[in-house]
Design a protein around this ligand. Structure first.
Ligand SMILES: Cc1cc2nc3c(=O)[nH]c(=O)nc-3n(C[C@H](O)[C@H](O)[C@H](O)COP(=O)(O)OP(=O)(O)OC[C@H]3O[C@@H](n4cnc5c(N)ncnc54)[C@H](O)[C@@H]3O)c2cc1C
Length: 497
């Protein structure tokens, strides 16, 4: 075997993580994943609708790569969620129409399904619609049913993918911001970062909203600009009435796939998103607005028989789509500079496509730089999730607590999370080389995700992190840059960044 090809992937979102995992499947690569946050999956991949799209909403005549990789991604995720033990559901989706005009528009998607080879997509009306979804708004005329749609927990997906990539030899560097790509003599040499130089033969730019800046720093695509397109959401408590069994959404428009109403893998009702273009510099504007949330509620009323009262909202949040010019993903391996690969502007359906996109990028690297892809013997496809109390019977919980008494000690009552789960989450964060934070624990085991939004458990989680890491309590982070106890009010208010 020749010398190892050093690949640095910028950005540990679902795209960069998937690329890192896929590259570890092959011989000859040394993979490092570089992320500026303390943990993985905190960018665009954290706040989205979490739908694994079937692929009938992508027009292959306009966006052939998006269409192809969306359909392939939907297929691949079924394997990835099994291999990586990622919470997922596959209830199918209904694109609900309420007027003849909307129906005309919706029919186009049945045709697109045929073009893209998406199985089972058809129109449903009346009794069949009601049977598929008893909680649909009775005013609905009908819907396009796409049985292959699913939903995953996006942050658990990213953490699982990274755990597996690291298990297979990839290295993760967190709190490491890429300042520029170093290019010498027309070749990529590595990354200049806030933590020094990272040598690389190939740099894969999967920096989400900031991928345009990373690309420019390599002298590539100077005109390419990513605009943030904000999407706002409401998350309701688990115990609300009228949660849909299927994934429901309104008919898409040119800028958005419509507003969704779905039951998340953890049992909450999620409504959203809006679609609002922000100025290019507003890449951190994840605040919600009264108007945006109002729009979500009125659109959701078209979908659901009953929208729960606002008192049942446990959280509002917004995500930013990394919108490239013309909606076109920029996925390309360059010869000048040799070794630079853009996987930029990965707007929706980027979550769905990520596994297929990762294989596609491995193929591009092989083709552009003449590297043969040979599967590695002993590559381990499996990762086992953290054993959870939630959803278990008392008998099972009794057994778990006898084997490990920390399972008998509840830390988060809303989501039934025990001390054992929190400690395991902290251990896994450390094992991949990330920094344990209150948000990192929350995203892995749901502590703080329930109706009290961490008012009761955040303090306990902070203490457990301090004890497990040997760091002083005032150095425990809630999320990006927000200290847990340096400012006790931040901790008690739930003031994550
Ligand atoms: C509102 C909304 C709804 C969506 N709904 C869906 C959906 O239902 N289904 C679907 O398939 N897709 C959906 N998407 C799209 C999907 O979320 C994205 O396509 C996907 O998450 C993009 O992942 P990424 O890895 O490219 O970006 P990110 O997750 O943002 O990852 C990029 C990473 O790079 C890091 N980074 C940036 N700059 C630097 C630097 N200089 N140095 C080091 N690290 C850096 C960031 O911190 C970040 O962690 C939605 C998106 C939004 C916003």
């Amino acid at each position: 075997m020749g010398p190892l090809v050093k690949v640095a992937v910028v950005g540990a979102g679902v795209v960069g993580a998937s690329i890192a995992r896929v590259l570890t499947m092959y011989e000859g690569f040394e993979v490092v994943l570089v992320e500026r946050e303390p943990d993985v999956g905190w960018g665009v991949s954290k706040a989205n609708t979490s739908v694994i799209h079937p692929g009938h909403e992508e027009d292959p005549r306009q966006h052939p790569l998006r269409a192809k990789l969306c359909v392939e991604g939907n297929r691949l995720w079924r394997r990835w969620v099994r291999e990586l033990d990622i919470p997922a559901r596959w209830p199918g989706e209904l694109m609900v129409f309420a007027s003849p005009e909307e129906e005309r528009e919706a029919r186009k998607y049945v045709e697109l399904a045929k073009l893209n080879g998406v199985p089972g997509v058809r129109l449903v009306y009346g009794r069949e619609l009601l049977a598929l979804e008893p909680n649909v708004n009775p005013q609905a005329l009908g819907a396009v049913y796409a049985p292959t749609a699913g939903t995953v927990s996006p942050f658990e997906a990213v953490t699982a993918i990274v755990e597996n990539a690291v298990e297979n030899g990839a290295r993760l560097l967190v709190e490491t911001e890429v300042l520029r790509v170093r290019v010498e003599g027309g070749e990529v040499k590595g990354l200049e970062t806030t933590r020094g130089f990272v040598e690389a033969d190939i740099v894969v730019n999967a920096a989400g909203l900031w991928a345009d800046e990373v690309s420019r720093s390599a002298g590539v695509e100077p005109e390419f600009r990513i605009r943030p397109r904000r999407g706002e959401y409401l998350l309701f408590d688990e115990d609300v009435r009228g949660k849909p069994a299927r994934i429901l959404h309104t008919v898409p428009t040119p800028v958005t796939k419509g507003v969704y109403a779905l039951t998340t893998v953890h049992g909450n009702l999620l409504l959203g998103p809006t679609a609002e273009d922000l100025p290019p510099e507003a890449k951190d504007e994840t605040g919600t607005t009264r108007e945006g949330l109002g729009r979500v509620l009125s659109e959701a009323a078209k979908l659901l028989r009953e929208v729960p009262p606002p008192s049942k909202v446990i959280r509002t949040f917004a995500g930013l789509r990394p919108e490239p010019p013309g909606g076109e993903w920029l996925v390309k391996a360059y010869e000048d500079p040799w070794g630079f690969v853009n996987v930029a502007g990965i707007r929706s359906p980027g979550l769905t496509a990520a596994p297929a996109l990762a294989h596609h990028v491995a193929g591009l690297i092989s083709e552009a730089y003449g590297i043969e892809l040979r599967r590695k013997e002993g590559w381990n496809p499996r990762r086992v999730g953290i054993a959870r109390l939630a959803g278990k019977s008392l008998r099972e919980i009794d057994e778990m607590a006898r084997a490990n008494p920390d399972y008998g000690e509840i830390v988060c009552y809303c989501k039934m999370v025990s001390k054992a789960e929190v400690l395991e989450a902290i251990e896994r964060i450390r094992r991949i080389g990330a920094r344990p934070t209150i948000d990192g624990v929350k995203f892995r085991v749901q502590a703080g995700f329930g109706r009290c939004q961490g008012s009761f458990c955040r303090w306990r989680v902070a203490l457990l992190i301090a004890q497990a890491t040997g760091r002083p309590l005032h150095e425990v982070l809630v999320g990006r840059g927000a200290y847990a106890v340096g400012d006790v009010k931040v901790l008690l208010r739930g003031g994550a960044a």
